[in-house]
Ligand binder design. Structure first.
Ligand code: HT7
Ligand code: ZN
Length: 876
């Protein structure tokens, strides 16, 4: 397949400053008329053919300056329209008519129908499935969109920008016209036509303009959209206060659809969402759902400035909008909720998703240099590591200069399509710093390893810190350069307070940040009267793997006394990790895993520590997940041994602190009134972690059954269902609760997704067979991405022992399902295939089975570019 390379970027030979679109909407046969003003760019020779992108299109008509184009003047292929007879003037008008079939569109890119609603998804290259166009992000046009449809089935007609006109037509048809004054690339185009309910509100901007807000959902679901509306208004206010960014149209609409490839899409003035990230009420959504909705509503809204007003020059620059916008949504959530708790969750996500990507065959730089299929680059590296890179720039510059850099970026590049270099230049100017070495974070793949060791010389009152960095090789990058790694730190004295030092040499230290730039640094701090304990990479200031030679005693000390909440959690997490790796070795060798008393008694103490917020306590007593332990082990992984070790650890923790934990559990019972805020969610999180531990201690599903039956919200009900079904998989109680849940929610697909995931993640050998049975259930559908992700994605990424069953049934099931999904939706199939990426870190027997399963995909004929790309790189 064709490879696209960053260095081959060329500006477009033509511009299209104006586009008028006319849609005659019909589910099977929609006619699209695109009238565009085309301008020859400076430096383009007169007569240069105009080559427009298409994807599976059929041309109905073509006119140039109002005249039908002569047959020899153009060539129309499904994936390209070449106009050879280009008028000699500087600009001309081109009219293109295409015919498309939205109801046959199962790839969910371009114009499609979801539950009877016409909707679009154009990022990255979906617009070319609607009409021929210069479908690239550096071609910016103002749009006027006219839609015509049956009034009965599509009373609602929405597009980007502001509404201009609407009216009735003959034959039960009607029309609406929308105009978007802000030039935008085609990937931000959207339309929605259907019959939906709405929650309406308004927002008064900082400068006093009134913006009409709408959240559109299926009729009858309006009450479940009020939280999303509230999150939207909070996002709008926050962006004004924190970044000085005001909204710029008279309306802002959000539409929830039930078939969607990703989470949501930031189309100008008309965000389209996966309904999973809009609909929530206490009875049907968990606290995690509420938090995700808040974050994704904010993320898409923040794109209005970071992505829409200033967009990407080309798709290699995807992190320009995504990394920066994730950083902004992380900051928003930190301000709305608990900063420490959010940071721990972000880092857990980064480690769970981005680290394995960076350490495996799909590793790529935050700004890639080549791709075969851009859809495969909406990755944790581009998004999450991209956000971490912006966070490091903030750490280096400090809040004031960071804000100046952002202001400069908005001033200088508003209305443009730009590059990462343009963004970095703004921060360099605002902060008066040279970010040349730092920029390697964008260009060099791989997670840096940092090794730290310390020594204390009492006589010399000197504390020495040795730091060494290295970046492991990644595909097509064997040799790596030393990075600029900003490490926040503190030297914690015996009283728990950070110690001052008289002088330090060996590295640049500014405030509480060590700037690591060389491969090795030896830093000596002078004037240190007592041995300190080093707290390094506070707040996870740099996304590195840190190996420290630290005693357990020092880790326990940090877990209790570090002023940095993240590192307090990290200290505990490291202790648990080390113990679990050791225990997994024991389990593999047939020994019963054993654990220190101090380690297993610690969680009960934390659970009852009233000085800590409940959400933090919940995180602190949750041990690393099986996948985390596997990643830490790194090679020759046996998922069964890891499972046994983790189970043994949890059993030991449960036995050690049951009485104490039971009283905390009881005290956390709520009064039945639901509040989705972080404080209340934290209490529920802690109570649910304790539920699992208490059920272990009690050896009975009873407590889970009671919680399930008395629950007044989904967070408590689902947690109880999980604990009962996972811990007592074949018990009558498990079957009873599963049947009850199905009975309660069979008419709610999003809740049934939870039911599917719950069963897909029951550990053990029978998992693949269970999933196969569930694929026949009426709640499941291969064509709906949410259903596929819930059941198949849940199984492959959330069930280590099931997916990696030693008989290979998990891998076979996944390979077969990927090929079946591929026929309908290549993007979703390719994303499922990513779950094979760590196959080389498995023990040899499973490695062989996983490779065989991948090979069955690889040898299938006519694979999509999406799946071919992932499978080839995974096997390479
Ligand atoms: N910018 C959006 C990306 C997206 C997308 C990409 C490929 C295919 C379907 C898609 N739907 C949405 C989402 C975001 O980052 O905000
Ligand atoms: Zn985004």
């Amino acid at each position: 397949g064709q490879v696209f390379r960053l260095e081959e970027y060329k500006p477009s030979a033509y511009r299209i400053p104006r586009l008028e679109l006319d849609f005659r909407l019909d589910a099977q046969e929609t006619l699209v008329t695109a009238r565009m003003q085309v301008e020859r760019a400076e430096g383009t020779d007169v007569g240069t053919p105009l080559v427009l992108d298409g994807d599976g299109l059929s041309l109905v008509g073509l006119a140039v300056n109002g005249e039908p184009a002569g047959e020899n003047g153009f060539e129309a292929l499904p994936d390209q329209l070449t106009l050879r007879d280009v008028p000699a003037g500087d600009h001309f008008e081109l009219e293109i008519v295409t015919r498309i079939n939205p109801s046959a569109n199962k790839a969910l890119m371009g114009l499609y129908v979801s539950s009877g609603v016409f909707c679009t998804q154009c990022e990255a290259e979906g617009f070319r499935r609607i009409t021929y166009f210069l479908d690239r992000p550096d071609v910016l046009s103002t749009y006027r969109v006219r839609m015509e449809a049956d009034r009965a089935t599509a009373p609602l007609l929405l597009s980007n920008g502001n509404p201009v006109e609407n009216g009735d037509l003959d034959g039960g048809r009607h029309y609406a016209i929308w105009d978007d004054p802000h030039p935008k690339p085609s990937y931000l185009f959207a339309l929605v036509a259907g019959n939906l309910g709405v929650v309406s509100d308004h927002f008064i901007t900082a400068s006093g303009r009134k913006v009409a807000l709408g959240v559109y959902v299926e009729h009858g679901k309006e009450a479940r959209a009020t939280y999303a509306m509230d999150a939207l208004k909070r996002s709008m206010r926050w962006d004004e206060e924190r970044f000085g960014r005001e909204y710029d149209l008279d309306v802002f609409n959000i539409v929830a659809v039930s078939d969607f490839n990703m989470g949501a899409m930031e189309n100008k003035g008309l965000n389209i969402f996966n309904d999973k990230y809009v609909l929530a009420d206490p009875e049907t959504a968990t606290d995690m759902d509420f938090a995700n909705i808040e974050a994704i509503i904010a993320h898409e809204y923040f794109h209005n400035w970071t992505g829409n007003r200033i967009t990407c020059r080309d798709w290699f620059q995807l992190c320009l909008k995504e990394g920066l916008t994730v950083y902004r949504d992380h900051e928003f959530s930190a301000d709305m909720r608990s900063r420490a708790v959010r940071r721990i969750s972000e880092v857990r996500t980064l480690r769970a998703h981005q680290f394995p990507e960076d350490q495996g065959p799909l590793a790529h730089p935050v700004r890639p240099r080549r791709y075969r299929e851009i859809n495969n680059f909406y990755t944790a590296t581009v998004y999450e590591k991209g956000s971490e890179v912006v966070r490091m720039i903030h750490t280096i510059l400090g809040e004031e200069d960071f804000r100046k850099g952002m202001d400069l970026y908005f001033d200088r590049h508003d209305g443009q399509a730009v590059t990462i270099e343009d963004l970095i230049a703004c921060f360099e100017e605002a902060g008066r710093v040279d970010l040349t070495q730092f920029a390697l974070w964008y260009h060099q793949a791989g997670t840096p390893n940092v090794i730290a060791s310390t020594s204390y010389d009492e006589q010399a009152k000197s504390f020495t810190l040795e730091l060494e960095q290295s970046v492991p090789p990644t595909p097509s990058e064997a040799r790596k350069k030393a990075m600029h790694i900003p490490l926040k730190f503190g030297l914690v004295g015996p009283n728990g307070e950070d110690m001052d030092w008289a002088s330090a040499d060996g590295a640049e230290i500014s405030g509480d940040v060590i700037h690591l730039r060389e491969r090795r640094h030896t830093i000596s701090f002078k004037g240190i009267g007592q041995r300190p304990v080093l707290s390094l990479n506070r707040g996870f200031s740099a996304p590195v793997v840190l190996s420290e030679q630290v005693s357990s005693a020092d880790r326990y000390f940090l877990a209790q006394h570090d002023s940095d909440a993240f590192n307090r959690w990290q200290a505990l997490n490291s202790l648990a990790n080390e113990a679990l790796i050791e225990a997994a070795n024991q389990a593999r060798n047939g020994t019963v895993p054993g654990f220190d008393d101090e380690l297993v008694s610690f969680p009960a103490g934390i659970a009852g520590d009233e000085t800590l917020e409940p959400a933090y306590r919940a995180l602190a007593i949750t041990p690393p997940a099986e996948a985390d332990i596997a990643r830490e082990i790194g090679g020759n992984v046996d998922p069964d041994a890891i499972h046994r070790a983790r189970e043994a650890y949890l059993d030991a923790v449960a036995r050690s602190g049951a009485t104490q934990m039971a009283s905390v559990y009881d005290a956390l019972a709520d009064d039945g009134t639901f509040n989705p805020d972080a404080g209340h969610a934290g209490k529920r999180a802690l109570r649910n972690v304790l539920l699992g531990l208490l059920m272990r201690a009690e050896g009975s599903p009873e407590r889970g059954v009671v919680q399930y039956r008395s629950a007044t919200n989904m967070t408590e009900r689902l947690a109880a269902l999980m604990e009962v079904t996972h811990r007592f998989a074949n018990s009558p109680e498990a079957s009873e609760l599963l049947a009850d849940f199905e009975g309660r929610y069979s008419d709610n697909p999003l809740v049934m997704d939870k039911w599917l995931t719950t069963q897909a993640t029951i550990p053990g050998d029978g998992a693949a067979a269970r999933v196969r049975e569930l694929m026949k259930h009426s709640s499941f559908s291969l064509s709906n991405p949410n259903r596929v992700r819930a059941l198949i994605g849940g199984f492959a990424s959330g069930n280590q022992t099931g997916f990696h069953a030693a008989d290979g049934t998990g891998y076979q099931l996944l390979a077969e399902t990927i090929l079946a999904v591929e026929e309908l939706n290549p993007q979703v199939a390719a994303r499922l295939a990513v779950t094979f990426r760590s196959w080389r870190s498995l023990e040899p027997h499973r490695q062989k089975l996983a490779r065989e399963a991948l090979a069955t995909i690889a040898k299938a004929e006519n694979l999509s570019r999406d799946l071919r790309d992932i499978v080839d790189r995974t096997l390479a």
